[in-house]
Design a protein around this ligand. Structure first.
Ligand SMILES: Cc1ncc(C[n+]2csc(CCOP(=O)(O)OP(=O)(O)O)c2C)c(N)n1
Ligand SMILES: CC(=O)[C@@H](O)[C@H](O)COP(=O)(O)O
Ligand SMILES: [Mg+2]
Length: 633
């Protein structure tokens, strides 16, 4: 079926093909991606858009020596396909399968690992400067999307590239989209550049023409200089990049293999930094994805003909609860704003943007800016809600500490995707936020057991007069009663089961459900537990922890978080400070990166499903086999 693709096992095989055959190969790759990603799920639209571009890159650069850094890396599937990984695509983003991002352990053709946005130019410049210091000569290329270019790191790197002047290529893949529509002044500038493609071909001519403006006398020289500048600004695309010291080539049709190849060859020949501006269509070739690129940015399994998901769910996610709650409370509170860093759909706040466009801020992929923007709004009397994935708030650590907490500013950080996230794997696991946030004074950290509690916690945060972070996972919120009258009190936990004192289990967040099921299983085995829904990781309910721990035979903590810096480690500290020396076991993730897999597969692997929790507690109650053996000797 795949006449050409079957014979491509390394980039060298592309060299055997002429331009017509490359076009046919590109079509086969489109089918292959659709066929596979419709089963495994993955970042479909971005990859459909870079097929010709990736093939052209591999025809100009030799990635056994030349280095490519893929920004975010979600668009590296075609690169994976042509670098010998075709047969692993069935396992794409599955447990122990092919990663959806570049991984150096997977292939010698992957040179830098990514997942978070806007790092490629910095990494590429680092590689290029190392190359220069060791007198080597390979090419270094960063490929970055128009969305990723909105991130602060990309600007910092461009600034440095312009000054450093080393040989480095930056391919700007401009598809006019982030996950949703791209936002910001730079994206408006790129739109202007796109509107003047005709001048790209004659850029040289325009400059030559400008240089022929006669300079008669001193004042005329000055006038001519000004005229030259304004003509240049008016006619030459990419002048922004040129002015900071980066040669601009483009805009180029990103689906015309020959044109891209030609542009990349030019870039390769030019000394110093070059930016090649390539225009692509997100979702190219698949009608549903072309029409709704935001829906096909990241997909789960779907039917190719209808484009509809195979596993449609009518369950309410935690993100949806957030979206609905914000709309509800903003109706009669004009001080409420919502902020996103390019994730309005994923975080569930798109509905807020439609209802209250004046109070909604999509800042682009700029988490650090988003936090300080929120701080500014708070200091001026608003109550901002910044909805952000736990993993991406890692970018804003100093801003939370220095701009928010230091001034004890009331605002709410809504940490979506807290806990393990599934198919995105290592780069996206939201399992460090309690660690990096709990050391910040003034900041409160909460996590709900279900949707009802999340609703109540969001309302609590409005009254808290302090910065509040609420963490919740990518999951079904189970119960969600918006009329519930549950009240959240600062630093107060809730005892949810009180069967006895054999053991006490402290659970934080929705993983409380696994603990609850485990406690019921224990009861069937005559082990009676007390179960606590902590609600707060900070401030901890020290009194409840001390009282119950003093009574209990053994103590367990469970959280969807790394053990280091997690709520369990804080409980151990409390026990230690109060001289309670009892056996404690903490369920959580050990000190290594947690790979991709469904959330339930990861829970099973780390012994955090109900069955494993119950078994662990029961096995702790039994005499150790080793001791019995030594007794028998
Ligand atoms: C720091 C960070 N914030 C947010 C994201 C989520 N994210 C992944 S891809 C993406 C959009 C990227 O747009 P662009 O670079 O233009 O690539 P395209 O998908 O359009 O090819 C976003 C917001 C991320 N990966 N990293
Ligand atoms: C590449 C990236 O960072 C996003 O596209 C991310 O994969 C989105 O995750 P969700 O699918 O959980 O929204
Ligand atoms: Mg884009």
């Amino acid at each position: 079926m795949y006449k050409y693709l079957t014979n491509v096992n390394s980039p060298d095989d592309l060299k055997e093909l002429d331009e017509m055959e490359i076009e046919k190969l590109a079509n086969e790759i489109r089918f292959f991606l659709l066929e596979n990603v419709s089963k495994t799920g993955g970042h479909l639209a971005s990859n459909l858009g870079v097929i010709e571009l990736t093939l052209a890159m591999h025809s100009v650069f030799d990635t056994t020596t030349d280095k490519i850094v893929w920004d975010v890396g979600h668009q590296s599937y075609v690169h994976k396909l042509v670098t010998g990984r075709r047969n692993q695509f069935e396992s794409l983003r599955q447990y122990k399968g092919l990663s959806g991002f570049p991984k150096r352990g997977e292939s010698v053709h992957d040179h830098f690992e990514t997942g978070h946005s806007s790092t490629s130019i910095s990494a590429a410049l680092g590689i290029a400067t190392a190359r220069d210091l060791s007198n080597e000569t390979y090419d270094v290329t960063a490929i970055i999307g128009d969305g990723a270019l909105s991130g602060g790191m990309a600007f910092e790197a461009l600034n440095h590239v312009g000054q450093n002047k080393t040989n480095i290529n930056i391919i700007l893949n401009d598809n006019e989209m982030s996950i949703s529509e791209n936002t910001g002044g730079l994206s408006q500038y790129l739109a202007k550049v796109r509107a003047m493609p005709v001048y790209s071909k004659v850029k040289g001519d325009v400059e030559a023409l400008i240089n022929h403006i006669p300079a008669v006398g001193k004042s005329m020289v000055k006038t001519a200089g000004k005229a030259k500048d304004s003509i240049k600004y008016f006619f030459v695309p990419g002048v922004l990049f040129e002015e900071i010291g980066i040669t601009y080539i483009g805009p180029i049709d990103g689906h015309d293999y020959g044109r891209i190849q030609e542009a990349l060859k030019r870039a390769k020949a030019i000394k110093g930094p070059v930016l090649v501006h390539v225009l692509t269509k997100k979702g190219k070739g698949y009608i549903h994805a072309e029409e709704r690129p935001e829906k096909y940015h990241g997909v789960s399994s779907f039917d190719i003909s209808t484009g509809k998901p195979l596993k449609a769910s009518n369950k309410v996610s935690f993100s949806k609860v957030v979206g609905r709650t914000l709309v509800e409370i903003a109706e009669d509170n004009p001080k409420i704003t919502a902020i996103t860093a390019a994730m309005p759909d994923g975080t569930g706040i798109a509905e807020f943007s439609e209802k209250f466009p004046q109070r909604f801020f999509d800042v682009g992929i700029a988490e650090q800016h988003a936090v300080t923007l929120a701080a500014g709004q708070s200091v001026a009397g608003l109550h901002p809600f910044f909805a952000v994935y736990s993993t991406f708030l890692q970018r804003g650590f100093d801003q939370v500490l220095h701009d928010v907490a230091l001034q004890n500013l009331p605002l709410t950080l809504l940490l979506d995707r807290a806990g393990v996230v599934g198919a995105d794997g290592e780069t996206h696991q939201g399992i460090y936020d309690i660690g990096y946030l709990s050391l910040i004074p003034n900041l409160q950290i909460l996590s709900p057991e279900n949707g009802t509690e999340l609703h109540a916690m969001i309302k609590y945060s409005l009254e808290a007069k302090a910065p509040v972070a609420i963490r919740y996972p990518k999951a079904d919120a189970r119960e969600c009663d918006f009329n519930s009258d549950i009240k959240i009190a600062k630093g107060k936990a809730k005892i949810t089961k009180q069967y006895g004192d054999d053991v006490v289990v402290f659970a934080f967040g929705p993983i409380h459900k696994n603990a609850e099921e485990a406690v019921e299983k224990l009861r069937e085995q005559n082990t009676n537990a007390t179960l606590v829904n902590l609600r707060f990781a900070k401030p901890l309910d020290q009194q409840t922890i001390i009282d119950l721990s003093q009574k209990a035979g053994r103590i367990y903590t469970i959280e969807d978080h790394a053990l280091i810096g997690g709520v369990g480690s804080h409980i151990v500290q409390v026990l230690n400070e109060h001289q309670i020396s009892k056996p404690v076991y903490r369920f959580g993730y050990p000190d290594h990166f947690i790979h991709q897999g469904s959330i339930s597969e990861i829970y099973q692997e780390y012994g955090m499903d109900a069955e494993a929790i119950a078994n662990k507690i029961l096995s702790d109650a039994r005499p150790k086999l080793r001791n019995v053996k030594s007794f028998m000797k």
